[in-house]
Design a protein around this ligand. Structure first.
Ligand code: SAM
Length: 243
């Protein structure tokens, strides 16, 4: 089944952009996923093809009109979940990406200016997703981020399926660091254990580094991880509590 991506934007020429290259580009050419970028302006009703208006209550900038964006959404409706890229949305996570990649596709709404008239979200089933706590000038780059994350998980896109399973966030932890040749560079050696050939020791080292790096770099993820472990009967915290 082809994963169907539909993007509603004022800048359809920004697509496929980076998604036309490398893994995603090959998968697009191979028909593993499809992409349709539609101009919201095509659904405007006046001769100027206007899509925005001044904010109610005053203030700077312009707001995307709910009636025009809704007409665009209705015009491209194909049964895939609709996501608006907004800084106020739920933060994008690998779990969300996995859920989307397992489905039929997605319809993405890209905002511009001050964003969308809020009534759009009351009138249509639309999820809001943010790619981080910063403001982009438009939703297109955010849509590209979301699609890139989804497409690489589609069957047949990545060579080694295992590499996706071991990656950062898949287990709730950051991934261990990687090294490659040369064995020594600028006085820095690859950790001895990785050259030992002892697979059990290597796995233990990787797991320990994954935990340590998560604890030091992302205390928020670490807290969640040990919280989850504490709740599971086999978790280290759970055992400690029983002692
Ligand atoms: N006035 C809005 C606010 O303060 O929340 C920001 C609007 S922003 C300049 C224009 C558009 O860029 C948004 O409607 C949204 O589509 C997109 N955008 C900006 N930052 C984003 C983010 N962190 N995640 C997802 N989309 C974002």
């Amino acid at each position: 089944m082809t994963f169907s991506a539909t993007v509603l934007t004022l800048y359809p020429e920004m697509f496929p952009g980076p998604l036309g290259q490398s893994l995603a580009g090959r998968a697009l050419a191979d028909g593993i996923w499809s992409l349709s970028a539609r101009n919201i302006r095509d659904f405007a009703t006046d001769k100027h093809r206007s899509v925005d208006d001044t904010p109610a209550g005053g203030g700077p900038g312009m707001v995307l009109r709910a009636d025009i964006v809704a007409a665009a959404l209705d015009g491209v409706a194909n049964g895939t979940p609709v996501i608006a890229m907004t800084p106020r949305g739920a933060p994008l996570t690998q779990a969300k990406v996995r859920t989307l990649a397992a489905g039929p596709g997605v319809t993405l709404l890209c905002g511009r200016f001050e964003g969308f008239d809020e009534r759009l979200f009351a009138a249509r089933a639309i999820e809001e997703v943010s790619i981080g706590d910063y403001i982009l000038s438009g939703g297109e780059v955010a849509a590209i981020v979301l699609l890139d994350a989804c497409v690489r998980l589609l069957p047949g896109v990545m060579g080694a399926a295992l590499s996706a399973v071991e990656e950062s966030f898949e287990s709730g932890l950051l991934e261990h660091p990687h090294y490659t040749r040369p064995p020594e560079w600028e006085g820095l050696a690859i950790p001895e254990v990785l050259r030992s050939g002892d697979h059990a020791k290597i796995a233990a080292w990787r797991s320990a580094r994954s935990e340590e790096d998560t604890r030091l770099r992302r205390p928020d993820l670490w807290e969640r991880h040990i919280g989850v472990r504490g709740r599971s009967p086999s978790g280290a915290r759970g055992k400690k509590k029983e002692e």
